[in-house]
Write a protein that binds this ligand. Structure first.
Ligand code: CP
Length: 317
């Protein structure tokens, strides 16, 4: 596997889930595969889970790891081609990327959406420049439109906890004080549909996601109806995708916060969120602290999803 940006890159999802189970049972099973190979993790944005879990995954496989925080210690990078570089950015991404490629075998990239231009964000300009110019296999550690390592970890977690072949999985928009990208909900929808779940997405009007990620899901604007009989509830905020509202906050309606009253409508559903989470905006303390909360198991499975992805990339070198 040379690139990992979406569920389709993994090939057979059932086989990937089988491999995830195998690695979870013995995460050092392939600990010589990455000997003398170097992973470079490039962060344009902050991270706790991705930084730790991906580094741990590389160590599980015997790799060396370099972590580069572009905004802390490296030269400021210009990303737009054609710009006259007379400002505060002394280096262009188009040189910096092949430079990074000189010092590693595989590159992971985190680069969030700017939320000012849908065309630029959904063109995945930064990630695609790494793919085009680094000369190395590249994987997404959350890019503008997707977070595939999170999507994979989320369905590993659902597979571990489901009690029926096709659970009802509800992804619910929830309020947040800042405008967030659509990357996590896009990937959760994409991976849930690929796994064959009965996916229901509920959100206020105006928060419709890109159909390329959600085609096959049921969109239910009546939140209480959506929650009825749910086996899993995945809460997440996202900003608007559609038209001129791209990147906008259209609602901060706190009645969309996931609480025990709405969870009582479900089939004793598990609660999920990718973290970091704003307590009592996205979800109440009692729900996230309840025995049905899977937020920590999801996080733990980030190590597993990253180990599977890196194993498959190492095998392609
Ligand atoms: N869920 C997730 O990717 O967390 P970080 O932003 O902390 O990496």
């Amino acid at each position: 596997m040379r690139y990992f940006t979406s569920v389709s890159d993994l090939g057979d999802l059932s086989e990937a889930l089988r491999l995830a189970k195998e690695i979870k049972a013995d995460r050092f099973k392939y600990d010589t595969l990455g000997r003398h190979k170097t992973l470079m993790m490039v962060f344009f944005n902050s991270s706790l889970r991705t930084r730790l879990s991906t580094q741990k995954a590389a160590l599980n496989l015997g790799m060396n790891v370099i972590v580069l925080d572009v905004n802390a210690g490296a030269w400021k990078l210009e990303t737009e081609r054609g710009v006259i570089m007379d400002g505060d950015k002394p280096e262009h991404l188009l040189e910096a990327i092949p430079v990074m490629g000189c010092y590693c075998d595989i590159i992971g990239v985190r680069s969030f959406a700017g939320l000012t231009s849908r065309e630029y964000d959904y063109g995945e300009v930064v990630l695609n420049n790494f793919i085009k110019y680094s000369g190395r296999p590249v994987f997404s550690m959350e890019a503008a439109t997707g977070h595939p390592l999170q999507g994979f970890a989320d369905i590993i977690t659902i597979e571990e906890h489901k009690t029926k072949p096709r659970p009802k999985v509800v992804m619910s928009w929830a309020p947040h004080p800042r405008a967030l990208p659509q990357a996590v909900p896009n990937s959760f929808a994409q991976w849930s549909l690929a796994a064959g779940y009965d996916l229901v997405i509920t959100h206020p009007h105006g928060y419709e996601l890109d159909e390329r990620f959600t085609k096959g899901a049921t969109i239910e604007y009546d939140r209480e109806k959506a929650f009825e009989g749910a086996d899993f509830v995945y809460a997440k905020n996202w900003s608007a995708y559609a038209g001129d509202n791209y990147g906008a906050i259209l609602s901060k309606d706190r009645s969309w916060t996931v609480d025990s009253r709405t969870m009582a409508l479900t089939n004793d559903a598990y609660f999920m969120h990718c973290l970091p989470v704003r307590r009592n905006m996205i979800v109440t303390d009692d729900v996230i602290e309840s025995p049905r909360s899977l937020v920590i198991p999801e996080t733990a499975n980030r190590e597993i999803s990253a180990t599977v992805v890196l194993k498959k990339m190492l095998e392609s070198l």
